[in-house]
Each structure stands twice: as C-alpha cells, then as structure tokens.
Ligand binder design. Structure first.
Ligand SMILES: O=C([C@H](O)CO)[C@H](O)[C@H](O)COP(=O)(O)O
Length: 208
C-alpha cells in the first residue's frame, strides 16, 4: 500500500522541502494537474533528478492523443502517467503502449465515470497498472467521498491494482486502508496542513 502525495498547490521549492523532510513516507510524488498546467514537465524532471528513489506521477489526465501525450510525460521522467477512464479505448490503449515502450506505468483516473463497475471491467482488460476512483475536487463540497466507489472497483478488479483519490484525510484514512488499495492519494490534507511534512508522516503511519 503506497502513499501518493498530490502536489497541486505548493511551489516547486515547497515541494522539494516537503520531499526532503519526509524521505521514506511519500512513496509516489504526484505532479498535480494544476502544477502541470503552471509548469509543464519541469517538476517531473526536477523530482526525478533530486529524488530518484521516489516514483513520480504526472497527473496529465490524458483525454486524447494517448500515446503522443504519454510519450512526453515518460520522456520527461515520469514513472506513472494518468489517463481518464471516460476517454475512448483507443486513447487508453495508446497510453498503455507508450508505458510498455518506456517500461513505466499507467493509472486510469475514473473521475466522473458513471458506469463504474462496467467501465472498470473494460479498462482492467487493457493492460493498465492502476484504476483510481476519484471524487472530483468540485464535488467534494457536497460531502461525497471515494470509499463507496473504491468498494465497487475492488469488487470487480482482476488485473490492475486499485487506487483512491479525492479529499482523503486523516479522519477518513483508516476506513480506506481497511477496504484496501494499492495507492492512496492525499493532496489537500497534506499541502494545506500547517505542517505538511508532519501530516504526510502521520498519514503514512496509518497505511499497511
Ligand atoms: O487530481 C486532483 C484534482 O483533480 C485536482 O487536479 C487531486 O490531485 C486529487 O483529487 C487529490 O487531491 P485532494 O482531493 O486534495 O486530496
């Protein structure tokens, strides 16, 4: 069970400080979508160079031109790239092809997938590594959390590992750990904490 820190709002210097102070706690560092929009692949290259033992995930949320866009992320040093589960199968297969060529991994983000069980079964046949349930940031305010979706995915998944994202925090981590997931993604609960490093270490203690 890995802890993925989703770095969406910190500066590059703040991220580096966090990773230096938490060595051993953060297994996967996510260059979040807002960070990619702001700085492209610069953080991916920087993290890979400075922290070769931490896996780097580029949260590109690819929706089209799967192979072409995934190539860009993997060439920059990403170990894992995200593609949206609502994308066409051809897009997901393109990302998988790129990952196989580079010897890297694919996470399918199931954000806003309506037919979750059905789509999970389909995507699970495409050679992807992780299938991630994800309560959208814009939906979290309604009180929805990703635990029920995680149960759905865990009940049908056969090949890939599950992952979970969307408002995960200290108060909800134990129920998620109990349900089980290959990767637990935590963003705001770490980045917005008074002491992000201490929070990352505390959350890591709850993982199996
Ligand atoms: O992917 C994310 C979101 O769509 C914004 O780009 C976040 O990284 C992901 O949801 C984890 O962050 P938190 O929900 O704040 O834990």
């Amino acid at each position: 069970m890995k802890l993925q820190a989703a770095l969406d709002t910190l500066t590059l210097d703040e991220c580096i400080k966090l990773l230096e102070q938490t060595q051993g706690s953060i297994d996967v560092v996510e260059v979040g979508t807002p960070f990619v929009i702001e700085q492209g692949m610069v953080p991916v290259r920087t993290f890979k160079e400075k922290f070769p033992n931490i896996e780097v995930l580029a949260d590109a949320k690819i929706m089209d031109a799967g192979k072409y866009e995934a190539d860009k992320c993997f060439d920059a040093g990403a170990d894992i790239v995200t593609v949206l589960g609502v994308s066409n199968d051809a897009t997901i297969k393109g990302v998988v092809e790129s990952a196989k060529e580079h010897g890297r991994k694919v996470m399918v983000d199931m954000i806003e997938v309506k037919n979750l069980a059905e789509r999970t079964k389909e995507v699970d046949q495409m050679g992807v590594d992780y299938i991630c349930v994800h309560t959208a940031f814009d939906v979290q305010a309604t009180g929805k959390d990703p635990l029920d979706d995680l149960k759905v995915v865990n009940s049908v998944i056969k090949n890939a590992k599950s992952a979970v994202a969307g408002g995960v925090k200290l108060a909800t981590i134990d129920a998620i750990v109990e349900e089980g997931a290959g990767i637990i993604v935590v963003g705001g609960a770490i980045c917005n904490a008074e002491d992000p490093s201490a929070m990352a270490k505390e959350i890591k203690k709850h993982l199996k």
